[in-house]
Design a protein around this ligand. Structure first.
Ligand code: NG6
Ligand code: CA
Length: 514
């Protein structure tokens, strides 16, 4: 980490000895652009052929594109929990894919990435998909009043978010702890146990699914002609239109940038794209031959372009650190009949990796990651260094000189040099969490998957290999990146080494630097 330190010494908050404040570069703004279910192979700069992503390509060209970056988990809620707290989600109960009426999973007493930026004088904002619960008690939220617990309690000065996912009720935006654009004439009720009298459902009224039909699940409430998970009543003019979600979160994010252009800001910009229901705005429809899924990637790229354009216009582009990534790997059919599979035409959403979203194989957590910061990063670099999103909190914390309260972010290590391209040493190991909570360890050379007795293919819809096997699996990633040849029986000493390492990590109760 030596070289990283030399960069830090240029920065005012790391070392101000003997230098006038006016001579120092300004603290960088930090934007995390967090796509949903965007696979390793979904971007042009990662080899995608059937979709153009010029705005993301430009970030990669002028920044660092990582080829061995990992989300912490193969689904959204645990990945986001870990990114925002620096703690493995599997340490904490109730961090699996959350319902739309889950209580807020990160508790206000926890030190979050937003708290960290706020503690250093940053303005902080969250936009788009949340999926980490709201309010104090699951199922007890009154959506017609300010919520008793929301992102304001987690260090965000401002938020404009979706409570969970676009396929889960309530289908309304939450702005600073209350329903945005609230419609007094249509009080909102939400349930994940039973329907409200007189409300149609996808199951009983398939003729009302005029925008998208489901392929599995998604047959409860109908909003905007699309079946959802969970039941909902009311909402009126506050209900979102899926085709406008990208526009809406982008417009709010741009307003936030403009409002805070004269002070450092941290923005968590989490898109709904390319999660289901994929229903891009009509100006993106048909821009690829891949149907809604491909067009949603173009819509995502457009959002990136709008944010970058705004930064440029305000002359903030040079000193804004942008990190673009995804919360988990790719899925093709995730429950709506959007022809994602039929129209692939050779496109490989997971790139070279086996499996996809949900999976213990690499496709579950191997994700695109790009870091862009013209003031400090020369650009044009492709980095093969092994990194994990678990470290982003400690790394960004070190960049801004934040102090961590004892017991916070215990799994997050400062690997800032990796992110800025000054340190190419691999993380010694990365822990990956599959949807069924199977843990794997990835090193640059090896992949170890702990045993699990479940089915080989997800039994409830998506055609994805789970990675389950009743005995430990071991792959030599240098020769077998596609995890085809399980060589566990040939290397008993490796199996015992990884089993012990995983046990030690599981038992860890405080930060233990490598
Ligand atoms: C699944 C949903 C899927 C998606 C996923 C969570 C069904 C049939 N499938 O249960 O569509 O919402 O949960 O995805 O309901 S995540 O990216 O937010 O983790
Ligand atoms: Ca996701």
């Amino acid at each position: 980490m030596k070289k990283a330190l030399s960069i830090l010494s240029l920065l005012p908050f790391a070392n101000t000895n003997g230098v006038l404040a006016s001579e120092l570069p300004k603290r960088p703004n930090v934007i995390i652009i967090y796509a949903d279910d965007l696979g390793y192979g979904d971007l042009e700069c990662y080899g995608a052929k059937n979709v153009k992503t010029p705005n993301v390509n430009k970030l990669a060209k002028n920044g660092i594109r990582f080829t061995h970056a990992h989300a912490v988990a193969a689904t959204s809620t645990p990945s986001r929990y870990s990114l925002l707290t620096g703690e493995y989600a599997w340490r904490k109960p109730d961090t699996d894919v959350a319902a739309g009426n889950a209580a807020m999973i990160i508790r206000p007493t926890q030190f979050t990435m937003a708290d960290m930026f706020k503690s250093q004088g940053y303005a902080t904002g969250a936009f788009g998909k949340w999926h980490l619960g709201l309010g104090d008690i699951t199922g007890e939220q009154d959506w017609n009043a300010p919520l008793p617990a929301s992102l304001g309690d987690l260090g965000f000065d401002y938020h404009y978010i979706m409570a969970a996912t676009a396929d889960r009720v309530p289908c309304v935006f939450i702005e600073n702890g209350q329903v945005a654009n609230y419609d007094v004439s249509a009080p909102i009720e939400v349930s994940y146990t039973g329907n409200f009298e007189g409300e149609p459902t996808g199951r009983d009224n398939p003729e009302l699914l005029y925008n998208l039909k489901s392929s599995h699940g998604h047959n409860m409430a109908i909003v905007n002609g699309i079946g959802r998970i969970g039941y909902m009543k009311g909402g009126g003019k506050a209900l979102w239109k899926d085709e406008n979600i990208a526009d809406s979160i982008t417009a709010h994010a741009i307003d936030f940038i403009k409002a805070h252009q004269n002070e450092p800001f941290f923005m968590y910009f989490a898109t709904n794209d390319v999660h289901v229901p994929r229903f891009p705005h009509k100006r993106f429809r048909g821009t690829t031959g891949m149907g809604h899924r491909g067009d949603a990637i173009v819509q995502f790229d457009w959002c990136v372009g709008e944010l970058m354009k705004t930064l440029k216009k305000l002359k903030l582009d040079k000193n804004t650190l942008v990190i673009l990534s995804s919360d988990n790997g790719a899925v093709i059919d995730d429950g709506y009949a959007d022809q994602a599979e039929e129209l692939l035409d050779g496109h490989q959403p997971s790139g070279p990796w086996r499996g996809g979203k949900y999976s213990a194989f690499e496709g579950g957590t191997a994700i695109p990651a790009i870091v862009h910061w013209p003031e400090q990063i020369k650009g044009g670099k492709v980095s093969d260094v092994l990194i994990s999103q678990i470290d982003w909190m400690a790394s960004l914390g070190s960049l801004i000189g934040a102090k961590f309260p004892k017991g916070s972010a215990i799994d997050s290590q400062n690997r800032l040099g990796n992110l800025l391209g000054t340190d190419d040493s691999h993380r010694p190991w990365v822990v990956e969490q599959a949807a069924n909570k199977t843990l794997s360890i990835r090193t640059i050379d090896w992949k170890f998957i702990e045993p699990h007795n479940g089915p080989k293919i997800i039994p409830w819809g998506p055609k994805i290999e789970t990675g389950n096997h009743p005995t430990p699996q071991l792959y030599h990633m240098k020769d077998d990146a596609a995890e085809q040849h399980n060589i566990a029986t040939q290397y008993p000493e490796k199996i015992s080494e990884f089993t012990t390492l995983l046990r030690n990590i599981r038992n860890q109760t405080e930060q233990t630097p490598f």
